[in-house]
Ligand binder design. Structure first.
Ligand code: GLY
Length: 577
């Protein structure tokens, strides 16, 4: 029920922030995801919510309620996803956005499946070495903070296009809850207040007057009214994507870029196009996975990992040395391919068929030594960024939508567009700004992901849909967390279909992360016992305990309806009816 919002609205966890704080002021650093989840991220009550008809799970209870409201007005899951996406731009400015981009995975009850890629693209004036200091040859932090950090936003093009093709309600109706939240305001919760307190980027830019009145971050309990954003949303609601990519909003964006030394032009905005793609369809022990193809690496890397694991039947039990070792070795192999071979398919030849084939997985599995860690070969390259948000939607007919969207870092580049009221992304850091050098998440990537004008930067986003052996939706899930998106989403799926956990347990279960380089197995408390840790070290694994890995929101079909679970380590809400 909608009134469940009240039960989830005030989250206790540090949502925090982040990456941005660490990036402030110059030197590039890699960031532990625990930082963005609030340092020592702790599990908090994330009560699974049951609803008979429709369900939305996201990082903002108000945004989930916006989606549920639209379904109650007769909208389908795509209408609700678009309503939730625009509402997140208002209530979760940390990552919800219209100045960023994302990927939406759609499975309609009539059997149609589709994904829409609305990833940002490099502006036409971008150059391969634009973030390298010519004097020192070192990377600057301009791909992370400030006006040069932004790719051309795709969110508005993607959401309006998805609605036009698969939605059932007019854009203005679907956007009404977001416009109301912006125009009338909403009460800042503890998660947003904490996120602003931890942020060090926004106070450098125009958004400070709104989010830091009198120099202090908005406190929990304050009503936040975003009149400029409301006006922008009203313009989009009236004019569609043209209301963002041309006209006053585009003028405000380009003027801000010109004042601050950014390079996005009217021509960039006019040329932006979201792309419809075919989902990667793979199988795992009789289940079907629908995942995201490039320009995200998410689907290929998940598929490759799960194809490798499928070679081992049954998998050892959760938390055992054997299971942890196999999972690590599978992730290692999939990430080696990911980091070296994947990029925007419009610019590089991606060996999708090979990387997702069972034969290839079999050969990789055969190379796993069950008693020793493999060493990741030295890479020719570097990394991946954050902060992102995932939401899952299911409706009464069985249509489902899995969407991940991002500004990249928390509050993106920190640049807020005056007169239009939104933050710009810092997605340019998802390129290999200097192939071979780690990005802010320590990912080492190759030439396939080098900067080229008009190219989409490689993503890790992995909005996923799992079908059961009868082809009915079982799970709708995805995550935020840069490369940890891939490992966390894979683990939630494995926990449900391999370890037979409920969705709530699957989301709560301690997580592991390995991305090939750095060659370290990161793990949350409780992932395994001390004895297992000793065994893993003896096998040659390097272990690093971390405060929290990624941020997932999921929905599972159960008898008579849907269960929604929001990330137990963070804020948000599952809202159904
Ligand atoms: N910016 C995070 C990702 O796309 O993977």
């Amino acid at each position: 029920m909608l009134n469940r919002v009240s039960r989830v609205a005030l989250s206790l966890v540090a949502l925090a922030l982040i990456v941005t704080a660490c990036r402030h002021g110059g030197a590039r650093q890699t960031v532990d995801i625990g930082t963005y989840l609030g340092g020592e991220a702790k599990l908090v009550a994330a009560e699974p919510v049951f609803a008979e008809h429709g369900m939305v799970a996201s990082n903002s209870a108000l945004a989930s309620a916006a989606g549920a409201e639209i379904m109650q007005q007769g909208g389908n899951a795509v209408d609700a996803a678009v309503a939730t996406g625009f509402a997140l731009a208002v209530t979760y400015p940390f990552a919800g956005n219209i100045g960023g981009g994302g990927f939406m995975n759609i499975a309609m009850a009539d059997g149609r499946t589709a994904v829409i890629d609305y990833r940002e693209i490099a502006p036409l004036a971008a150059t391969r070495d634009m973030y390298v200091d010519p004097a020192t040859g070192k990377l600057t932090n301009k791909s992370v903070v400030g006006h040069l950090a932004s790719g051309v936003p795709g969110a508005v093009a993607g959401m309006t296009e998805a609605l036009a093709k698969y939605g059932s309600l007019p854009l203005a109706k679907v956007m009404a809850p977001a416009i109301r939240l912006a125009r009338e305001g909403f009460v800042v919760d503890s998660a947003l207040a904490r996120s602003l307190r931890g942020n060090r980027i926004v106070p450098q830019f125009a958004g400070k007057t709104l989010f830091y009145p009198n120099g202090e971050p908005l406190a929990a309990g304050t009503r936040l009214v975003q009149a400029e954003l409301a006006r922008t949303l009203e313009t989009i609601a009236a004019k569609g994507a043209a209301g963002f990519y041309t006209g006053e909003v585009a003028d405000a964006l380009v003027a801000k870029m010109q004042r601050g030394g950014g390079i996005i032009t009217h021509e960039d905005l006019k040329r932006y196009k979201a792309e419809w793609r075919t989902p990667i369809r793979s199988t795992y022990r009789g289940y079907t996975l629908l995942t995201m193809p490039p320009a995200s690496s998410g689907g290929i890397t998940m598929t490759e990992t799960m194809n490798i694991l499928e070679q081992f039947a049954p998998l050892p039990r959760f938390g055992s040395t054997g299971y942890t070792h196999l999972l690590t070795e599978a992730f290692r192999r999939a990430f080696i391919d990911r980091n070296e071979k994947l990029g925007d398919p419009a610019f590089v030849k991606v060996p999708l068929d090979q990387l997702t084939s069972k034969t290839y997985a079999k050969s990789l599995a055969a190379g796993i030594d069950r008693t020793h860690a493999t060493k990741t070969p030295a890479f020719k390259v570097a990394a991946e960024p954050e902060h992102t948000t995932h939401y899952s939607v299911a409706d009464a007919k069985g249509n489902v939508v899995s969407t991940t969207t991002t500004l990249n870092g928390g509050y993106g580049s920190g640049v807020w567009i005056p007169r239009a009221g939104f933050f710009m992304n810092n997605e340019m850091d998802d390129f290999a700004a200097q192939p071979g050098t780690p990005n802010m998440f320590g990912l080492v990537q190759g030439e396939a992901n080098a900067i080229v004008p008009g190219k989409r930067m490689l993503s890790a986003m992995a909005p996923t849909i799992v079908l059961d052996s009868e082809g009915k939706v079982l799970l709708v899930v995805g995550a935020a967390g840069g490369p940890r998106i891939i490992t966390t989403t894979t683990e939630v799926v494995l926990n449900v279909i391999e370890h037979r956990m409920s969705l709530a347990d699957a989301m709560r279960a301690p997580r592991l992360h390995h991305q090939s380089l750095p060659d370290t197995l990161r793990y949350e408390d409780g992932a395994f016992s001390d004895a297992v840790a000793d065994s893993l070290r003896a096998m040659g694994h390097s272990l690093q305990r971390t405060g929290g890995l990624a941020n997932a929101n999921g929905i599972m079909r159960v008898n008579g309806g849907w269960i929604g679970v929001r990330e137990p380590r963070s804020s948000g809400g599952a809202v159904g009816y």
